[in-house]
Design a protein around this ligand. Structure first.
Ligand code: FAD
Length: 443
């Protein structure tokens, strides 16, 4: 049995591919005490085939996003490659008029799933939708109509796992599209290499850019901040303010008694998000920003030209000629240089390159093999920021509750970080100015 049986692989993002593909059905996905999913052995493993580890996006099966994507897209005519994005055929910006209001960004992802169904390219679309179940507010679902797909619009900053839907793909013939974070798409690709049905049936993969996932306790924490009293049965993470900048969205919680509470990004969500509170350990070891193994990747247009528009705008990076054709024929997106796409994710690029390099450096011999080499950044401010944020990440994960005392426990680290930032502003600015004269970080 691989290390998934019993205690679960560490780090594990809880994607559930291992549980879906285990030939003996030994694994089930269950909540751990941190509010994350992990595979748990529910019966003895007798064959030790190791498939669970071979499809794990955070194990080291001798494959990484480069080798997987090279096989998928390396020979596509006209394909190009950048170290930050992986392969890409085209990059574009815009929105889907009808889907924009409900979408997290410009609604392009939902539009695309619907178009794939409408054109008969797939029979079913797998995406994430609200459940109404307080114990599991979101789940992957298999849908076969546009109306059903629309119920999944928006981003779920909440743990979800694919074991159930992948078992359904294996059981029910047909062609499927599936949405996923970079690590989930990587796991599906590893699964496709080893399972013919998955290879044949999953026809289109739609990736989402990802800076980090959050545990279930993140939602509990924000609900407490928002003053939610009853049992939470639903949350909308990206409720838009059309008259305000795109980053100024709010979360809306609904409760079992029909109540509704809302809280804006600036009233504590941003603090928890950007300081990596409730972020699973696996996210610390991710070097895939743009879901490099996906046929198409959607993200927010975090660029000054678009981020003032609170109605939301999508950036789209395409790798598959088929998806490019569907987008070109069906929706009026504008081309945008790929360097702008990279620039829109500057924070995520930094986290999954320089910050990751430093974490790997700190791990020493224990560091997993990644595409980023371990390195100690020259900037003492960056070193301090990475260290303090990781302390907060661990503390938030271990802290017994998600109430106001959690923030109190964070206060010394928050103060430390504020001091580091002040010092960086005073001492660091001339250095940064010099760097930007030399060409800057994002090119
Ligand atoms: C955890 C997380 C972190 C993210 N981080 C970033 C970031 O740093 N920068 C950035 O630009 N964008 C990020 N995104 C992506 C962004 O929030 C939007 O999902 C993306 O831009 C698509 O928006 P849209 O309006 O085109 O899609 P929509 O029309 O809103 O459709 C989104 C589709 O994705 C599915 N979906 C939602 N959540 C999940 C999930 N957790 N797993 C699988 N499928 C899901 C939905 O069911 C729906 O089908 C993140 C998303 C998530 C879930």
């Amino acid at each position: 049995m691989g290390s998934h049986g019993g205690t679960g692989l560490d780090p594990c993002i809880g994607c559930g591919l291992c549980a879906a593909l285990c030939p003996e059905g030994v694994l089930a996905m269950e909540w751990n005490r941190y509010g994350e999913y992990n595979p748990v052995a529910v019966s003895p493993c007798t064959t030790a085939c190791g498939l669970c580890e071979k499809v794990c996006p955070f194990a080291d099966p001798g494959e990484d996003e480069d080798t997987i994507a090279e096989r998928l897209y390396g020979a596509v005519p006209g394909i190009r490659h950048r170290p930050e994005t992986g392969y890409y055929l085209a990059s574009s910006v815009g929105y889907a008029e009808e889907h924009r209001a409900a979408g997290a960004s410009g609604g392009v992802a939902t539009w695309l799933l619907e178009a794939l169904l409408r054109e008969g390219i797939v029979d079913r679309a797998i995406c994430v939708a609200p459940t109404g179940d307080p114990e599991k507010l979101f789940a992957f679902r298999v849908f076969d109509t546009a109306e059903a797909v629309r119920t999944g619009a928006g981003s779920a900053y909440y743990p979800v796992e694919v074991s159930g839907v992948i078992r359904e793909v294996l059981a029910v013939p047909g062609r499927y599209a599936v949405t996923g974070l970079p690590c989930f798409i990587k796991a599906i690709r590893l699964g496709q290499q080893r399972n013919k049905k998955l290879r044949e049936r999953i026809a289109v993969t739609l990736g989402l850019v990802c800076g980090q996932l959050k545990s279930r306790r993140f939602t509990e924490y924000v609900a407490a901040l928002a003053g939610v009293q009853g049992e939470v049965t639903g949350v909308r993470y990206r409720a838009k303010n059309p008259d305000r900048p795109a980053g100024d969205y709010h979360y809306v919680f609904t409760t079992a008694d029909g109540g509704e509470e809302r809280i804006s990004w600036t009233r504590g969500i941003s603090e928890a998000w950007t300081n990596r509170w409730f972020t699973p350990k696996a996210c610390n070891y991710c070097d895939d920003i743009f879901a490099e193994c996906a046929d198409v990747t959607c993200m927010d247009a975090w660029l000054p030209e678009y981020s003032e528009d609170g109605r939301g705008t999508s950036l789209v990076l395409v790798r598959s000629p088929l998806v490019r054709e569907i987008l070109e024929q069906g929706i009026a997106l504008d081309p945008i240089p790929v360097r702008e796409v990279v620039r829109s994710q500057a924070g995520v690029v930094a986290a999954k390159r320089e910050h990751l390099a430093y974490r790997l450096y700190l791990d020493g011999e224990r560091a997993p093999r990644k595409r980023v080499a371990p390195a100690r950044p020259k900037s003492p401010f960056l070193r301090a920021e990475v260290a303090v944020k990781d302390r907060m990440r661990v503390l938030s994960r271990e802290h017994p509750g998600t109430g106001a005392d959690l923030r109190a426990a964070m206060r010394p680290d928050l103060e430390h970080l504020a001091t580091v930032r002040r010092a960086a502003r005073v001492i660091g600015s001339p250095l940064r100015a010099l760097q930007s004269i030399r060409g800057g970080r994002d090119g």
